[in-house]
Design a protein around this ligand. Structure first.
Ligand code: DGY
Length: 318
C-alpha cells in the first residue's frame, strides 16, 4: 500500500508541477468546481489529507465532514471567501492562499479599467471599426491626471495601485479598517464617507466577508460625485449590484469598471451588459501566464510544506 499522502487536485496543473506533486503524493483528480464530496468515493475521501483547488470549491462544514482526514487545503487564489475558515480552523485544517504574487497583475487591470472609463477607449475602438469616424470626430473624454484616486482597502494590491497611480500624477486617498503605516507618502488616510465624496475614481481592494458583503451600496454611491467612476477588481458581492445599476442609470455616478460581479460568469442578459457607461472584464485580474504560474507554484509549495510538517509561506488561519 502507498505511503504517500492522498491529495485532491481540482485545478489545472502545468505538467512539470504535476510530476513534482505526483512524486510526493497520490493524486485524486476532481473536475474544477465539482465538490470532492460528490466526485470522490467515500473510501478514498476518508484517506485524503491534502487538497489544491480554486475558489470554485466550497470548503464548508459538509465538505470538511466528507474529508475527515484533511490536514491542508491550498487555494489557487489570494481570496478565500470560498472557505469557512472558522470551521476549518476548529478541525485543525490549514487553509493556504497565494498573496503577493498577483498584486501587479490585478493593479494593472485596475489602472486599465480606469483609463478605459475616463478615455472611453472601448467605445473608441468600436467607433473606428464601424466607420463612424468618417462622420466626425470621437466625443471628448476626461483626463485622469490630477484627479483624485480613492482606494477602499490598502492591502498589498491597494499599495501597488497607489504606487502606479502616482505615475499618473493622481493624488491618492484611502480608507482602511486602520491606518496603514506603509501607506505614508503614498496615500492619505481619510474617513470612509470622505473617501466616497472626494474620489474621482473609487477603486475597491477589500476582501469579501460577511462584514463587507454589499458594503458599497445605495448610500455610498449617493455620496459619490456624478463625474466619478467606480472600479471593482476585488469581489463582486462587495458591491450591491442592483444599487449600482440604479446609480449608473440615474447618472449618480459617471461609470463603472468591473472585473468581478455578483454572478460569475455574468449572463449576457444582465442589466450591466446593456449599460454604455460600464466596462466589463471576465474576472481576469490575475489571469496572465506569468502570474498564474507564480500562483500555482506557491499553491503547490504551500500544500507540500504543510503536508511535510513545515510552515507554509501563506496560510490564512488565525
Ligand atoms: C484571487 O486570487 O483571489 C483571484 O481573484 C482569483 O480568484
Amino acid at each position: 500500500m502507498s505511503q504517500k499522502p492522498k491529495v485532491i487536485v481540482s485545478v489545472p496543473l502545468p505538467p512539470d508541477l504535476r510530476e513534482r506533486l505526483a512524486a510526493a503524493c497520490d493524486l485524486v483528480d476532481v473536475p474544477m468546481g465539482q465538490s470532492p464530496a460528490d466526485a470522490v468515493p467515500a473510501d478514498v475521501r476518508a484517506q485524503v489529507s491534502g487538497m489544491v483547488c480554486t475558489m470554485k470549491t466550497r470548503i464548508d462544514q459538509a465538505l470538511l465532514d466528507a474529508l475527515p482526514a484533511l490536514k491542508v487545503s491550498s487555494n489557487f487564489a489570494v481570496g478565500f471567501d470560498n472557505v469557512d475558515v472558522a470551521a476549518a480552523t476548529s478541525r485543525g485544517v490549514l487553509i493556504c492562499n497565494t498573496p503577493g504574487v498577483l498584486d501587479g497583475a490585478v493593479a494593472d487591470v485596475t489602472i486599465g479599467l480606469m483609463l478605459c472609463l475616463a478615455r472611453n477607449l472601448v467605445a473608441g475602438d468600436a467607433f473606428v471599426r464601424s466607420g463612424a469616424w468618417a462622420q466626425g470626430p470621437f466625443p471628448l473624454t476626461r483626463d485622469i491626471r490630477g484627479k483624485t484616486l480613492g482606494l477602499l482597502g490598502m492591502g498589498r494590491i491597494g499599495r501597488v495601485v497607489a504606487r502606479t497611480a502616482r505615475a499618473f500624477d493622481m493624488p491618492v486617498i484611502y480608507h482602511n479598517r486602520r491606518e496603514d503605516p506603509e501607506a505614508g507618502g503614498l496615500a492619505t488616510f481619510v474617513e470612509r464617507d470622505e473617501l466616497f465624496k472626494s474620489a474621482d475614481v473609487l477603486s475597491i481592494h477589500i476582501p469579501l466577508s460577511a462584514q463587507t458583503r454589499h458594503s458599497v451600496g445605495k448610500r455610498e454611491l449617493s455620496l459619490m460625485k456624478p463625474t466619478a467612476y467606480l472600479i471593482n477588481t476585488a469581489r463582486g458581492p462587495v458591491v450591491d449590484e442592483a444599487a449600482l445599476v440604479d446609480a449608473l442609470r440615474a447618472g449618480t455616478i459617471a461609470g463603472a469598471g468591473l472585473d468581478v460581479m455578483e454572478q460569475e460568469p455574468l449572463p449576457a442578459t444582465h442589466p450591466l451588459c446593456g449599460l454604455p457607461n460600464v466596462v466589463l472584464q471576465a474576472h481576469v485580474g490575475s489571469a496572465t501566464h506569468e502570474t498564474r504560474r507564480a500562483m500555482i507554484d506557491l499553491a503547490v509549495a504551500n500544500l507540500l510544506d504543510a503536508l511535510g510538517g513545515r510552515q507554509p509561506a501563506a496560510m490564512v488561519n488565525p
